[in-house]
Design a protein around this ligand. Structure first.
Ligand SMILES: Nc1ncnc2c1ncn2[C@@H]1O[C@H](COP(=O)(O)OP(=O)(O)O)[C@@H](O)[C@H]1O
Ligand SMILES: [Mg+2]
Length: 269
């Protein structure tokens, strides 16, 4: 990609290519603006996600992280800006045109967002029934495989309310990945999980990463982000103020970066 170099500057932290042209761009988010009434949440949010990487997205509570993720799958429409994916600007697509993209960009909601009245098997079958031509037998087989992947074999007939928090999160992850999306958006996937379940979820995400998925990982859980992400972006006052490799973020003297990771240092000692 190129052609917009004239608009780039050192301030556009999200726009520097850390891979020196060696990786293809998966998502190019350009100058998003979004206001709710008087409240200007995004004031020019720009960042890029490269194929096969996980970008950790940090930001204070209410800074607009979830709105970024929702915008990436068209659940939210920016007032201005572009989201380029596979050569299309997703912000310009109609609901109908967005449909196929919802199988290639998948959202893991904060609470798992399982359907309460459906069993685990029904929850996982649902996207396959909606978006594929697989037979019921093939769907069942795929669900069985997925339950093994997320360490929940045999939980087919349980309802979400019968699952632990950790299991709900993993089932939510399973539902989001069962269509084998190219990009996965994680919204605070480890929030509310104990260390053991956090570890399990991270192991699941690492397995996915080995298969080549691309991810955006929104979190307050800095140690988990450091473990799973390749780069970290910080959303602050409506813009991506910092975007750098995990190693550089750990070493950074930038006060904004320090204020975000000081909590992580406490956890590590
Ligand atoms: N649908 C909406 N209507 C009005 N305000 C919203 C809406 N969605 C988000 N906001 C506001 O936008 C800001 C950012 O929200 P959000 O992206 O959820 O923050 P976070 O970084 O904690 O995920 C918050 O102040 C929130 O109140
Ligand atoms: Mg949020």
């Amino acid at each position: 990609m190129g052609g917009r170099n004239s608009t780039e500057s050192a301030e556009d932290a999200g726009r520097v290519d850390p891979y020196g042209g060696k990786r293809k761009l998966a998502l190019d988010v350009v100058e998003l603006h979004k206001a709710y009434g008087e409240k200007r949440v995004h004031r020019g949010v720009s960042f890029r996600v490269y194929e096969g990487e996980i970008l950790g997205l940090f930001g204070g509570s209410g800074s607009g992280k979830s709105v970024v993720l929702r915008s990436l799958i068209g659940l939210e429409r920016p007032d201005e800006g572009q989201i380029l994916f596979e050569g299309k600007d997703l912000t310009q697509l109609t609901e109908r045109e967005l449909m196929p993209y919802r199988t290639r960009i998948s959202y893991v909601f904060q609470n798992g967002a399982l359907f309460d009245s459906l069993t685990v098997e029904e929850n996982l079958s649902y996207p396959l029934e909606e978006h594929t031509a697989l037979s019921p037998g093939q769907i069942h087989k795929k669900v069985q495989e997925m339950l093994v992947t997320i360490d929940m074999p045999g939980s087919n007939d349980l309802l979400p309310a019968e699952l632990s928090g950790g299991m709900q999160k993993r089932a939510g992850l399973a539902r989001a990945i069962i269509l084998e999306p190219k990009v996965i958006l994680f919204d605070e996937p480890t929030a509310g999980l104990d260390p053991i379940n956090t570890k399990r979820l991270l192991e699941n995400i690492k397995k996915l990463k080995k298969t080549g998925i691309t991810g955006v990982f929104v979190t307050h859980d800095i140690p988990s982000a450091f473990e799973i992400a390749d780069r970290i972006a910080i959303l602050h006052e409506g813009r991506i103020k910092v975007c750098d490799t995990v190693d550089n973020i750990k070493e950074s003297k930038d006060p904004l970066v320090r204020s975000f990771i000081s909590e992580a240092i406490i956890h590590h000692h």
